[in-house]
Design a protein around this ligand. Structure first.
Ligand code: GTP
Ligand code: MG
Length: 202
């Protein structure tokens, strides 16, 4: 799939106020600073469609973008960011869980994982929660430019092994780098194929 247009639609903190209608939707989630907004810019070939920052906690709202005038891409705030105020500090902020539980248009989530680190409990817990709620997701490993190919392979294997302790099979996964444009075609083709399947089953 080629992206021919990508436009910002709206930001809000209330899932009830997200765009109405039946536009297929894909959402990017993961820990603060994992590279969600950067990945969206990489996928859409737009430098600053989604706002990025070296400091965690940049994205604070649910941000909708319309792609090719046909599907929605959603940039979400990260979870597990400790430096937010006490009152809003929950492991997974409420409006993130509300979003996933209520958003009927959501076709698939992408859970982003920083490839450099060992599997982290918070990410595993989040995927567990998604599984329990039966929310479809794929994994996107980010920042692959920071590791050598052998280390990438090893970290992916470690992840697969830990997931297989609780899951019958591993979810689909992608290895990406926003700085190196790695994984872009694979991800866009994956989304394009799902959109095509939705269309042909109409
Ligand atoms: P929040 O909105 O705070 O939850 O963060 P986010 O997940 O949207 O992360 P963001 O895209 O803002 O990126 C965080 C930092 O990681 C920025 O300094 C990016 O430049 C950097 N970054 C993101 N993706 C990559 C990548 O693929 N490679 C490298 N080397 N750095 C990256
Ligand atoms: Mg962000």
């Amino acid at each position: 799939m080629k992206i021919t247009s990508a436009e910002f639609v709206m930001s809000n903190s209330d899932v009830a106020k997200c765009p109405k209608g039946n536009i297929p939707e894909y959402a990017f989630i993961g820990r603060s600073n994992v590279g969600k907004s950067s990945l969206i810019n990489m996928l859409t070939s737009r430098k600053s469609l989604a706002k990025t920052s070296g400091r965690p906690g940049k994205t604070q709202l649910i941000n909708h973008f319309i792609i090719n005038k046909y599907w929605h891409l959603v940039d979400l705030p990260g979870y597990g960011y400790a430096r937010v105020s006490k009152s809003s500090k929950k492991t997974f902020q409420k409006f993130i869980t509300d979003y996933f539980q209520q958003r009927k248009q959501l076709i698939s989530a992408f859970v982003l994982i920083d490839i450099r680190h060992e599997p982290q409990p918070i990410d595993l817990e989040f995927m567990q929660w998604m599984g329990e709620k039966q929310i479809p997701f794929a994994i996107i490993f980010t920042k692959a430019d920071k590791l050598k190919p052998k280390a990438i392979e090893r970290h992916v294997e470690d992840y697969k092994n830990i997931l297989l302790e609780t899951w019958e099979e591993t979810p689909n996964y992608f290895v990406t780098s926003s700085t190196k444009n790695l994984g872009k075609d694979e991800l866009l083709n994956y989304i394009g194929q799902i959109n095509a399947d939705i269309n042909s089953s109409k």
